[in-house]
Design a binder for this molecule. Structure first.
Ligand SMILES: Nc1ncnc2c1ncn2[C@@H]1O[C@H](COP(=O)(O)OP(=O)(O)OP(=O)(O)O)[C@@H](O)[C@H]1O
Length: 317
């Protein structure tokens, strides 16, 4: 299969990642962030289907389905025909040795891959049945609906905790009133499992938090735009065991509310947090692909492929 250039429907610099997009916010005007106009937040539905307004639970999780996704950096193909359904409200863990394409696959799921100048991809990524790469689909829609948390916590260190949470709203062009913003900050921090620890110091800088708290702040920032899917690229690899545990609890609490796709090198973590696992492998210079996927207990307990058994048992990678 030949590389298929990414749709040229949008300027790749139109919406950079959340860090760039919010870097220009005035950090001294703590609660006067000027946001572009947008319709008020619509009533939303929980995973159980009940209308909840702006209450906790936010919007319903979405199913993501990758169909025959291939990816290249220049002429180097790193993924070949990867298909995987990530069911709504479940946690899917992507596991596999270093360099097999897990992070690249993750980045194709919210169109981050196309930010890299040499990148190309083929295939489809369906968000509740609609291809996010279809020409009429906007890059901003994918980013708003499919949030991302990175390996290294990346809050704006000088910006207040409060402003860090609402920083991502700018990406979506959302203007919210002060009271609504207060509610959103509390809701997002609560969902990220951080509210009780920071409720009395919302005006303190995000950089003053511990590493684990900073990562949960980044999760809160991602949740504030009410994504229906949250992608997490090794979110605990820079954290100590206690903070790791706390972030895992947060992932547990999010399950059912948001579809989570997490890349992890930590097999115990994959076993603890996920309902479904996909084992990636790139053998002998070939592009990465999925060897096996299925319910986490099957992947760890009764894998069908010997390579999966060897990997989850720590015999390679
Ligand atoms: N920006 C880039 N430019 C060129 N090649 C890249 C780029 N990013 C990744 N690659 C290559 O793509 C392949 C897959 O990398 P990727 O980071 O997706 O793997 P991974 O499984 O997530 O690895 P790790 O577990 O070490 O993070 C590797 O060969 C890597 O060198």
């Amino acid at each position: 299969m030949n590389p298929v250039n990414l749709p040229e429907t949008h300027d790749h610099h139109e919406v950079p990642d959340v860090t760039d997009a919010t870097a220009s916010l005035d950090t001294t005007a703590t609660d006067t962030v000027v946001l572009p106009p947008v319709a008020p937040v619509a009533p939303v539905r929980t995973a159980m289907g009940a209308a909840t307004g702006t209450a906790k639970g936010a919007v319903a999780p979405a199913t993501l389905e990758a169909r025959a996704v291939s990816a290249w950096f220049g002429s180097h193909q790193v993924l070949q025909q990867v298909s995987l359904t990530m069911p709504a409200g479940q946690v899917t863990a992507l596991i596999g040795p270093s360099g097999c394409g897990k992070s690249t696959f993750l980045r194709t799921l919210n169109r981050m891959h196309e930010l890299i100048p040499t990148a190309a991809m083929g295939g489809e990524v369906l968000f509740d049945g609609e291809d996010i790469y279809a020409p009429e689909r906007r890059l901003t829609d994918a980013r708003r609906r499919i949030g991302m948390v990175f390996q290294k916590p990346n809050p704006f260190p000088a910006m207040s905790i409060y402003d860090n949470v609402v920083a991502g709203l700018r990406l979506t062009g959302t203007r919210v009133g002060r009271r609504e913003k207060d509610e959103l900050v509390e809701e997002s921090l609560t969902r990220a499992g951080l509210w009780k620890e920071v409720r009395d110091r919302l005006r303190q800088p995000g950089g003053a938090l511990s590493g684990g708290q900073q990562q949960r702040l980044c999760i809160a920032r991602a949740l504030a735009v009410r994504p229906r899917v949250l992608l997490m690229d090794e979110p605990c690899s820079a954290l100590d065991p206690t903070s790791t545990r706390r972030v895992e609890e947060t992932i547990h609490e999010l399950a059912g509310q948001v579809t989570v796709v997490i890349v992890t090198h930590n097999m115990q973590q994959a076993a603890r947090v996920s309902q479904q696992c996909a084992f990636f492998l790139a053998e002998q210079g070939t592009p990465g692909g999925i060897v096996e996927h299925g319910p986490t207990e099957h992947i760890f307990g009764t894998p069908e492929d010997q390579r999966t058994a060897d990997y989850v048992a720590g015999r390679f990678g």
